[in-house]
Design a protein around this ligand. Structure first.
Ligand code: FAD
Length: 431
């Protein structure tokens, strides 16, 4: 008999809740990963960088496991087919996994849990990717928070060393199931092509985190941690990171709490995936002009900071947070294009794409979200550039033609667009 540890967004062998419990279960552990065709079939880009990131992470795990005489078992197909296969190949005494709060994942886990239960195989799941989940930080009356500041206060008050203690699991590494290597399918085998590999690596010195509050707003400098992709796929542990953040920089810690805030919102209000959190925002008469949307996607709006951001995104799969706010505001307010269009575009392109954070960020920018900026606060892209990219370094890097005569004319006039946004929003939100 063996137990399975099903890896999903927790691709590491250290400080990992489900794996820790699996290794202590008394049965040898088979670590498995499923290249889920229910997800992969929806990806348009066969050169999607996220697949490369995952594949590299799995190859790293495989190296560690082979040294211990074990192997990762990677399956390509639907989770349902994967578990039919695993239960045929192995005599399975239990399946261990970490919680995932996205609606798709919740449905998937319910279905797999039901399948396993029919076979009397327990499906055990654990909190791993956040410090506090679901109902762990609630208002005194038991309701979920919808405003960040009181949530973060409660989060900080609830925080004790216990919650950020690492699972120390190395002493149980003898409990992996010993078997010959099962090769990981190549990207080609699963229908994708290799891409760039220069993913940001976590910095063991935390040099950036130390000065984060002073550097985080300037896209021209390496002033943010670039850990988002690692947090997304679990190649770093949130417990270790929060311990370091607590020591090093309160502002950085606050960003990690924003991450949990949006995860919590998605859990309690899964409707935000399709609908505005504030319902009246779904009355807005979006213009949804396709030509303007294309200009935005391609970084051809004639607003340098917007275009720089979109080009950075298209070329690298990353965009600085300050610029994410500006580009998102520009799409929803200046062009009056439905936030869902922008959200979907970011979802396709972002290496660190995370449903909860992306949806939260978009609804914040559109004004429709919980604790969003009031709708009448419209970012002025020119002033934003002057303030946060004073020397134009970031802009010149991505929009070099700005120094010549070929740069496109603005797709809209700022003053006109601001007034139009106020009118259209005002009309929709009239009591
Ligand atoms: P740092 O500034 O170093 O922050 C550290 C970590 O804190 C991040 O890695 C991230 O996990 C978390 N974090 C920081 N800011 C936020 C935030 N506002 N909301 C939630 N978590 C946060 N973040 C994603 O991880 N995935 C997304 O798909 C995503 N989409 C966004 C869309 C829009 C429109 C906006 C405005 C923001 C979005 N963010 C998203 C939040 C933020 O922009 C990124 O987390 C950040 O830019 C990643 O770079 P970093 O790792 O250097 O962040």
């Amino acid at each position: 008999k063996i137990v399975i540890c099903w890896l999903r967004r927790d691709l590491r062998l250290h400080d990992q809740a489900a794996l820790y419990h699996a290794l202590r279960s008394g049965c040898p552990v088979v670590p498995v990963f499923v290249f889920d065709t229910d997800i992969l079939d929806d990806l348009e880009d066969r050169a999607d960088r996220r697949l490369q990131f995952i594949h590299d992470a799995l190859a790293g795990l495989q190296q560690q496991l082979l040294k211990m005489g074990s192997t990762l078992h990677v399956y390509h197909g639907t989770p349902a087919a994967a578990f039919r296969h695993f239960t045929e190949v192995y005599d399975v005494a239990g399946v261990f996994a970490n919680h995932d709060y996205e609606p798709y994942a919740r449905g998937r886990d319910e279905a797999i849990g039901a399948y396993l239960r029919e076979r009397n195989i327990p499906f055990k799941t654990f909190k791993d990717q956040v410090i506090f989940e679901k109902g762990e930080v609630l208002k005194d009356n038991g309701e979920p928070y919808t405003v960040f500041t009181p949530y973060s206060r409660k989060w900080l008050a609830a925080m004790e060393p216990f919650f950020v203690k690492s699972y120390s699991m190395e002493k149980y590494f003898g409990n992996f199931h010993l078997q010959d290597e099962r090769p990981i399918p190549s990207l080609g085998d699963i229908g994708f092509v290799p891409t760039q590999r220069d993913f940001p690596a976590p910095d063991p010195e935390d040099a950036i985190i130390k000065h984060y509050d002073q550097t985080r707003d300037y896209p021209a400098i390496p002033g943010t941690s670039r850990l988002s992709v690692h947090l997304r796929f679990g190649t770093v542990s949130i417990r270790e990171l929060v311990r370091r953040a607590t020591k090093l920089n309160d502002t950085f810690l606050k960003e990690l709490i924003w991450r949990e805030f949006y995860q919590m919102i998605l859990w309690h209000f899964p409707d935000v995936v399709h609908a505005s959190f504030k319902k009246e925002y779904d009355n807005i008469a979006w213009r949804n002009n396709e030509r303007e949307f294309r200009a935005w996607c391609e970084g051809q709006t004639g607003y340098p900071i917007v275009d720089a951001g979109m080009r950075e995104l298209n070329e690298t799969g990353y965009m600085h947070n300050r610029v994410r706010m500006v580009t998102a505001s520009f799409l929803t307010k200046h062009l009056l294009i439905d936030w869902r269009w922008g959200e979907a575009y970011f979802a396709k392109k972002l290496l660190d794409y995370d449903l909860a954070a992306n949806n939260g960020g978009w609804q914040w920018a559109a004004g429709s979200g919980c604790d969003a900026a009031p709708y009448f606060r419209v970012f002025n892209p020119t002033l934003q550039a002057q303030k946060f990219d004073k020397e134009g370094k970031y802009i010149r890097k991505w929009v070099p033609e700005i120094d010549g005569l070929t740069y496109v004319q603005p797709v809209v006039n700022h003053e006109m667009a601001r007034k139009r946004a106020l009118e259209v929003y005002g009309k929709a939100l009239k009591p």
